[in-house]
Design a protein around this ligand. Sequence first.
Ligand code: BES
Ligand code: MN
Ligand code: ZN
Length: 507
Amino acid sequence: MKVVFSKPVLPDTGALVVGVLQNRRLTPSAKLLDSKMNGELTRAIKASRFKGAKAQTLTILAPVGTKLDRAFVVGLGKAKDIKSLGMQALGGGIYAALGSKGDKMVAVAIDALEGCKLNPAEMAAEVAYGARLRSFQFDKYRTKEKKTDKPTLNTLRVLCSGFARAKTVFAGKEKIADGVFFTRHLVSEPPNVIYPESLANQARTLTKLGVKVQVLNRARMQALGMGALLGVGKGSAREPKMVVMQWHGARQSAAKKRGGRADVPIAFVGKGVTFDSGGISIKPSRGMEDMKWDMGGAGVVIGLMKTLAGRKARVNAVGVIGLVENMPSSTAQRPGDIVTSMSGQTIEVINTDAEGRLVLADALWYCKDRFKPKLIIDLATLTGAIIICLGNQKAGLFSNDDVLAKRIAAAGEVVGEPVWRMPLGDEYDRMLKSDTADVRNISGGHGAGSITAAQFLQRFVDKTPWAHLDIAGVTWSKKDLPTVPKGGTGFGVRLLDCLVANHYESK
Ligand code: BES
Ligand code: MN
Ligand code: ZN
């Protein structure tokens, strides 16, 4: 779907969207349409239960006095309560309502509203961004889909004063949507198509945006001593990979110019289990197909790097993803095996289904060891227990750094990807004590499964400021949301892009 911005002149044909405020107060565009309709818009509104409340809608087919096919009236609520996220949701709602109704082009009229904190150009850009985010589709394998079931909308025209400004604002947001779409695409692909090597190849495509991409193969990882990650991959015919992505976008700092160390990067680490069968500790077959998106953390890191490079963010960022397939076979790792991680810590593998932490153990250590980053944020579909805690509404946040945790939580609120901070503590770490190795991969006690998993990860970051996002509950949505169609959500890309923009870009 193409987005264009143009000056606020109402079209004579096609589909037109106008807004109405709380208590049926018409916006200037709605008033203009009403006068073209000789007052019949007001009459139609009065004949319905439409009050202009936020997210309420009313469709009028073939409005009298015009050559329009339809007028779509949207409720805006109170002008003083209009916010960015609400405008994005409105755009998403417009796409959902009109995307497949037969219109090739839909025009949305945006007005200056008294008491509203956003100007028309800002509102227009948010509406367009929301529509774009909602328009994602993964239908490449639905070869028999009827033409009449496919979306028809190919152009969204947003009408507002200051449309040149709207276009610029939207261009920035479009880069975020590009990253989100890439992530959604990767998590949607089936596990026979996306496996460590093919996912690494997808990451390689970022090279054309100026990202430096390196792929470590099994031999290289063996040489580095990554026994924890490699143990998980032992049962699979697919070779494990680790991908390192580097984006150098920071302006040279004063320190560097004086011959000091180059600007230290911030780092993102992702769990990339391209299919999690559980391994020898095999999962029940019901719902096992969901485990294709157990590479969601890696998918977010790739999508985020695409966004940062796409918008030429003034930051040095590193992305490290550990890619493995967790399969049962005669060569698979067994419960009881003891592996040696790159950090030197030995791990007793009690349950081969607690594999994500084993992958991250080596990815985190490698990242810290090689780049000595300012901070590390990891993302992982790590535990089913976080879904018990937080459902599909919020991701779990764990951190050894209060400032970082606050910044992440604040960014999540801004972009509508909320997180909730969970505790860490020695009392949880003790539950990971092993009789035969330095640590065991699942807790020996009861409960707190997400916390003990995070506690396990913490052993592999030392003192580096670190945050872990358990995204098991938010990576896939079973239902349509305003700016997220059901399926892969891309949760994390918008949040981390916002975090970088707010705190880690050079002037
Ligand atoms: N990938 C799963 C976690 C998961 C579950 C993600 C549901 C998304 C939806 C992870 O590897 C796993 O299997 N975790 C186990 C840990 C347990 C064995 C300690 C779990 O949560 O059951
Ligand atoms: Mn598992
Ligand atoms: Zn897993």
